[in-house]
Design a protein around this ligand. Structure first.
Ligand code: CDP
Ligand code: MG
Length: 735
């Protein structure tokens, strides 16, 4: 026992003889630094007690196997690393020795597949190499797509720094609602969705000499569609160079798709990573993460920790718990720097994760799966992986889309583990059992195109003039039913006519970088004379991040403040209230502070709003305000979101109208205790139940007005009334 085993790859494990496998598992268990099985419960309680009493728990917690490694330092310490200046760092990247070969390969081939371990320098270095090699002469740009907003921004910042230019000048980025580029920009990072939109204004990508579709393995919807689009363009623009870059495995598949394009492999360097599993499944993995971080911090040699969580809320909870524990422990511990990173974190805060850790301290980064492949944080030695991620899921049978937390795939789990072995041998703590890993995790993540609503994508493709979508060149085609549903939805919205052709309305909808329902809502506000309000509501809905601030120690104050904004009409109008009052305060920070409103979210809403107003002007919609005509505001929302309607059923619960699926009002809604008969919801999120987030009361007859093609009067009859027993007081109320 205690002898640490090497990082075992999946198939290595699968191919082991049964007896070997048993032995290996036993070894794993024996060498596990911790486990949280039933037996360990006592130990954990004791540990809690120690924490509470602040006695010398560091001594008490010292676990077998950790002592002998106490003095072994990671091979590259932070101070050493600091000494390397940017140029040396660049030279130390695995891609560097291949610089000239790579440039030559790009010269020789129009399409090139690049495969290399995460962190090898693909994203930051290759555009620079190509720029140095003259690919940006003749006023042409090098483009590089990223599936994630955060990655596009942070990578652009990094490259600007390496090239010693101001971000937004020679090196820039473009993401939805934000364009940080200029006339001078020659290296442009952007989200895959942004490039998808660029096709509308520049269908041949004329301003680019090179286009890099990066992080191709992520297989986001937009990336998948870009494959088909760029493949097509490459045919009639022979001087456009196309690079498809991927971290893993899929290179062969990409190569075949691009007519057997050559694969350029950058040999990886990865140190062994020991993997540890828990003995029993974890009931509360956020808690388990906190305990694991503290255990590592208390017992393991210095080196930073990366924790994978599923979203902002979870990260904030984890952060608070950790800060709290660390505070209680006082000087018993070395300094622990806790840093969150998720998509909606303001960029100055995001940048902090790249700051070197001061000597003697340890950094713990709490991240979403952003850090799985898109972002490389140096000096990570320990990875804690609860094995979950948030995913958008579309059920083509019910036509309902919702955000759910799902187990990651084996491929993801191995990527995550690999993050621990970049600069030195590392350790990965999986908060699930080996059995789960082997039997419960899928091998690969299902590409997004096969599991999300295609409304947006279909509208964009039609706007690009691609008429027969069934014939589009997909790497993996989406399910037929999903495609049909998207076409039906767009037809009901009025974007397509009955022949499936784009209508004038559809063309205008495609101008907006939002989903078709929101685009329709914005366009409909013209008719209802409330464009100002519709734009504000759309901006508030697009923020994603929390609007209301709810610190644990001031929950009552925060909730009271929040109630002041509540609008009887529902959450959409509450959001409008918040925006309008903030505007009336002259966009004051102080006002936000006093009202428990997140200033950053509001600032973003204001930016988004400005963009939307610009787009409204482009489609020639006059900005008019009509804040007191609540019904009109509601009607324009319904014009877009008539799909998202639920009705109160006999049993006192909600069912969606068409699909008859059970849904529940999210506790955060002001209508949580109100239960109106007809509800429109903005989106669904699945945790323990299917929750409707951001809801408002509507009248069923408005649905007929908004979507005569979609709803039949019969479907909207209130038969529930008659059958309702008189005793169910609350549910028998009528509109
Ligand atoms: O794309 P790939 O995963 O191959 O690597 P990369 O993103 O180009 O990262 C290469 C190096 O740049 C890594 O050592 C990162 O730590 C560093 N980098 C950074 O310091 N700051 C960033 N914002 C991005 C990358
Ligand atoms: Mg990369």
């Amino acid at each position: 026992a205690g002898k640490s085993s090497e990082y075992v790859e999946v198939d290595e494990l699968e191919n082991m003889p049964q007896s070997e496998q048993k032995k290996w598992e036993k070894e794993q268990m024996a060498s596990a630094v911790y486990s949280f099985g039933a037996k360990e419960k006592a130990k954990r309680d004791e540990y809690e007690l120690l924490l509470a009493n602040q006695i010398d728990f560091i001594q008490a917690l010292k676990l077998p196997g950790s002592k002998d490694k106490e003095d072994k330092k990671p091979e590259l310490t932070e101070s050493e690393r600091k000494k390397l200046d940017i140029q040396e760092t660049k030279k130390s990247l695995p891609v560097f020795p291949f610089r000239d070969d790579l440039i030559q390969a790009v010269r020789d081939h129009q399409v090139l597949i690049i495969e290399g371990e995460t962190g090898s320098g693909k994203t930051t270095q290759i555009p620079q190499y190509l720029h140095e090699a003259g690919f940006t002469d003749d006023n042409k740009k090098i483009g590089c797509t990223q599936p994630r907003r955060v990655a596009a921004m942070s990578v652009a910042a990094r490259v600007a720094q390496e090239m010693n230019v101001k971000l937004g000048n020679e090196v820039g980025y473009a993401i939805r609602f934000e364009d940080c580029t200029s006339e001078r920009t020659i290296i442009k990072y952007m989200t895959d969705g942004t490039l998808h939109r660029e096709f509308l204004s520049e269908p041949d990508l004329q301003s680019y000499s090179v286009m890099i579709i990066d992080e191709a393995h992520e297989r986001t919807l937009h990336t998948d569609i870009l494959f088909g689009l760029v493949k097509d363009i490459a045919r009639f623009r022979p001087n456009l160079k196309l690079l498809i870059s991927s971290a893993t495995l899929d290179a062969q598949k990409f190569s075949e798709f691009f007519d057997d394009a050559p694969i350029f492999r950058i040999p990886g360097r990865r140190f062994p990573v020991d993997i540890y599993y828990t003995k029993a499944p974890e009931a509360n993995y956020v808690d388990a993460c906190v305990v694991s971080v503290l255990q590592i911090h208390a017992t393991q040699p210095l080196g930073d920790i990366l924790v994978f969580l599923t979203g902002q809320e979870e990260i904030e909870t984890c952060q608070e718990l950790l800060q709290d524990r660390v505070r209680r422990l006082g000087s018993k511990l070395k300094e622990l720097i806790i840093l969150p990173v998720y998509a909606n974190l303001p960029s100055d805060m995001q940048a902090k994760i790249f700051d070197p850790t001061p000597p003697g301290a340890r950094k713990v980064v709490l991240a979403t799966n952003i850090a799985e492949t898109s972002l490389t944080i140096d000096n990570i030695i320990y990875v804690i992986d609860p094995g979950f991620a948030k995913q958008n899921h579309f059920n083509s049978r019910t036509g309902m889309e919702s955000l759910i937390v799902v187990p990651v795939s084996k491929a993801s789990a191995n990527q995550r583990a690999g993050r621990a072995g970049r600069v030195a041998p590392g350790k990965c703590f999986r908060l699930y059992t080996l059995w789960s890993y082997k039997h419960e995790l899928e091998d690969n993540t299902v590409p997004e195109i096969q599991r999300i609503n295609l409304g947006n994508a279909v509208l964009m493709l039609k706007a690009l003039g691609i008429n027969n979508l069934m014939k589009f060149d997909f790497l993996d085609p989406p399910p037929r039913e999903t495609m049909v549903l998207a076409l039906e939805q767009l037809y009901a919205l009025g974007a397509f006519n009955h022949r499936g052709e784009l209508t004038a309305l559809g063309r205008r909808m495609a101008e907006f970088p939002v989903d078709p329902m929101m685009a329709k809502m914005l366009l409909a506000s013209d008719k209802y004379k409330c464009s100002e309000e519709a734009v504000s509501i759309a901006a508030m809905l697009s923020v994603n991040g929390a609007i209301f601030y709810r610190p644990k120690d001031k929950i009552i104050h925060a909730d009271t403040a929040r109630k002041n904004f509540n609008h009887v009409g529902g959450d959409h109008l509450t959001l409008l209230n918040v925006y309008n009052q903030w505007r009336d305060s002259d966009y004051s920070t102080q006002w936000c502070y006093e009202n428990f409103i997140q200033y950053r979210s509001m600032k973003r809403a204001r930016d988004v709003r400005e963009q939307l107003v610009g787009l409204m002007q482009r489609v020639e919609i006059e900005m008019v305000s009509n804040v007191s005509e609540v019904d009109n505001i509601k009607k324009s929302i319904i014009s877009g979101y008539f799909y998202h309607v639920a009705r109160l059923s006999k049993s006192g619960s909600y069912k969606t109208v068409k699909q008859n699926q059970s849904v529940t009002i999210h506790p955060s809604s002001a209508l949580f205790e109100d239960l109106p008969r007809w509800l429109l919801y903005h989106d669904l999120v699945y945790t323990t139940k299917e929750y409707m987030r951001v809801v408002m009361e509507i009248q069923s007859k408005w649905l007929l007005e908004a979507a005569p093609h979609y709803y039949k009067p019969k479907e909207l009859e209130d038969s529930t009334n008659k059958k309702m027993p008189k005793t169910v007081g609350r549910s028998t109320r009528t509109d």
